[in-house]
Structure formats: C-alpha cells, structure tokens
Design a protein around this ligand. Sequence first.
Ligand code: PXP
Length: 243
Amino acid sequence: MTNLSVNLNKVALLRNSRNFGIPSVIEAASTCIQAGAQGITVHPRPDQRHIKPEDVYELAQILSVEFNIEGNPSPQFLEIIREVKPTQCTLVPDAPDAFTSDHGWDLAANGSWLRPIIQELKDLGVRVSLFMDADLIQIERAKEIGADRIELYTEPYATAFRNGDVEPVFQQYQKAAQKAQEIGLGVNAGHDLNLQNLEKFCSIPGILEVSIGHALIADALDVGLFNAVQEYLRVLGGSIPNV
Ligand code: PXP
C-alpha cells in the first residue's frame, strides 16, 4: 500500500491571486484528510508565490496526518523546519527562482554540506528524504550521508508515459527503487504523477508514499477535491473512508 500525500501548493497559488483567503489552504487540507489522504505536502519557496510560512505554521496546528515539508535547505527554510518539526522533510535542490523542481540532488557536489543538515533534522525527530533522480550511484550517496528515504523525481517517467515509450525509463525506476531498498532507504515518489500513470508506477514494490499536487488539484476542478483524493486512493488500492 502506497500512501498519498496531497501537495497543496496549487491551492495556495490560486488563493494568492486575491487578498481574502479563498480558497483556504487549511480547508483544503481538512477535505483531503476527510477523504482519506494519509499526508499533506507543502513546498514553501523563497518567493512565497504559493505556500507562505504562515500556511506552514497554521497547517502544523491542525494536521492529524503526516506533514511533509519540501524545499531547498536555505537558512529560512531550516528555521521553519526547526519550529514545526514535521513528520518528514524532503530536501530538494531547487534554485530560488525555480519554476518547479526539475532535478534530483547531485550528492558528489552537495553531499558534504547536506550531511550535517540531515543529522540535525534527524536529531529533531524529523524523517529526512532527498529528492533524487533514478541514478543508482547518487542513491548510494544518499544512504552514505544519512538520509532515511529518497523521493524519486518522476517527471522523466511521466513524460515517457505520455509519449508512449515508457518501458526503458520505467525499468530504470524499478532498478533505482530496488537499489534504494536494498541499502535500507525508504522510497517515495513525486512529480507529474496523475490518474493515468500512477498505477503503473506504484506497481514497483515498496513505494511508501507519493506526493501529488498539480494533476490532483486539476482533477478537483472537475470532480471536487474530496472525490479527486478518493480517485487517487482507489488507484493506490488503500482503504477509503465512508463519510
Ligand atoms: N515533489 C517535489 C519535490 C515537488 O517539488 C513537487 C511539485 O511541487 C511534487 C513532488 C509534486 O509534483 P506535482 O505537482 O507535479 O504532482
């Protein structure tokens, strides 16, 4: 069973286009939880174009499910993590002006400065996941510097799926997930997963969690947020609460 963590960035993006709090990120989180989502993900970026630090603090007050906070470990980001101590922190190598996360960590270049940060977060009781390409050598380095999990960056898989030539790319992800599990890393996944490509990806054994934002929020425009969450849960094969 793979857990679903709903990424609420796009709800905040819409909310930020007016000044009176609609749609509410907090209400959206409550709806996702009621529908059965096992987690909520946010990615507070330095330009605050979607999730703002206040959103993170407010969500931390109300969440009854896993809270996953993603971001590049800048001093401002780490301040939020120290205060909130979420269940999981996913460290992402985004440039401050990144349009969206578009690559995993190069740990040959970044491993030595990340290692003490990972240790500090683990000492706070926060599970640490690193956003990674499906690259076996980089995944070994993630283990060496102390990560608990990796989040596989699934955009290349999603693109190959859309283009009808997914098999070779899928096999690379299978190998990456297997390698990670063999060396004791938990495996999450995210980016551009949707109702079409999710089932195949999650046929890889042992995927612990998917974090999904863009496609799920787009689906919610058609069917409502509650129903959209439940459609994803159905694909993931978990239990769906009767409300
Ligand atoms: N994982 C990371 C690290 C991300 O930056 C994002 C996008 O914010 C996602 C997962 C979710 O991607 P999507 O919005 O395409 O579902």
